[in-house]
Design a protein around this ligand. Structure first.
Ligand code: ZN
Length: 249
């Protein structure tokens, strides 16, 4: 191929510049996707209020795809009933209210990513959002969760079924990017102070938009999710929060 004429070179530079600008525009569009998505409205004290005022989420912890694999770490094989209860609890809450779909639910292989659940008689816990090794080229890591099906060393006083359902929904909300509601700066001061010294993940990019704390959130320690007088379900604002993060269709 012979040397390119100045006109051709100029044309190629222009094309490259346009392509680069398009990439930058796409990146900006993706970064602002959460903010520009049409925010649903919820009813609060008789008023219709935009959801952008609610939910305490980590903007860094949203999964790119709402279809997420789940597996059980080896050792949970005998908990057939409890595992089915968890799967059902998630289908009738997070999946019902959003585009989230959790699939798999089998015993984990060594290399499985997505959400890996360990069953142990200890404090239930979950990492928040998808995980990566540090650094720009860091590999994808699983999101690790611990659920309790025994409640001996770590007791739960509401009845086993109620506890399993309430805790599973709470931990899965963490796994898809939702933080503790009582960490919000506008949570009641007594509530915040009660839990101020507990070790807690405070988010990489916590979204503190809005000034309305949800006292009924399944993500608030100041809301007794073990109260057997009501179902251990997401609040309407919890539901709207994940609908906002993972809008259906
Ligand atoms: Zn929690």
């Amino acid at each position: 191929m012979g040397p390119l004429s100045p006109k051709v070179i100029l044309g190629r530079v222009f094309t490259t510049l346009i392509a680069t600008l398009s990439c930058i525009q796409l990146a900006i569009a993706q970064a602002s996707e959460l903010r520009s998505a049409e925010a649903p409205f919820v009813q609060l004290q008789g008023a219709s209020v935009s959801l952008v005022r609610f939910g305490y989420i980590d903007l860094n912890a949203r999964w790119r795809s709402p279809t997420i694999s789940v597996c059980w770490e080896p050792g949970a094989e005998q908990f057939v009933t409890e595992k089915a209860l968890v799967q059902q609890a998630i289908r009738t809450s997070l999946e019902r209210h959003s585009a989230l779909r959790f699939y798999g639910w089998a015993t984990c292989g060594a290399a499985d990513l997505g959400i890996r659940i360990r069953v142990a008689d200890e404090n239930p816990v979950s990492q928040v959002g998808p995980q990566r090794e540090p650094g720009f080229f860091g590999r994808e890591l699983p999101t690790r969760m611990t659920l309790n099906f025994a409640f001996q060393s770590w007791p739960c006083y509401s009845g086993k079924q109620h506890c399993i359902v309430a805790i599973a929904r709470h931990e899965f909300m963490h796994a898809v990017g939702v933080l503790h509601e009582h960490l919000r700066p506008d949570a009641p001061i007594q509530c915040r102070e009660t839990h101020a010294n507990k070790p807690d993940f405070r988010g990489v990019s916590p979204a503190t938009i809005g000034q309305v704390y949800d006292p009924d959130s399944i993500m608030s320690y100041c809301n007794n999710i073990y109260d057997t007088n009501r179902p251990p379900d997401l609040s309407s604002i919890d539901a709207a929060t994940i609908r906002y993060l993972y809008p259906p269709g």
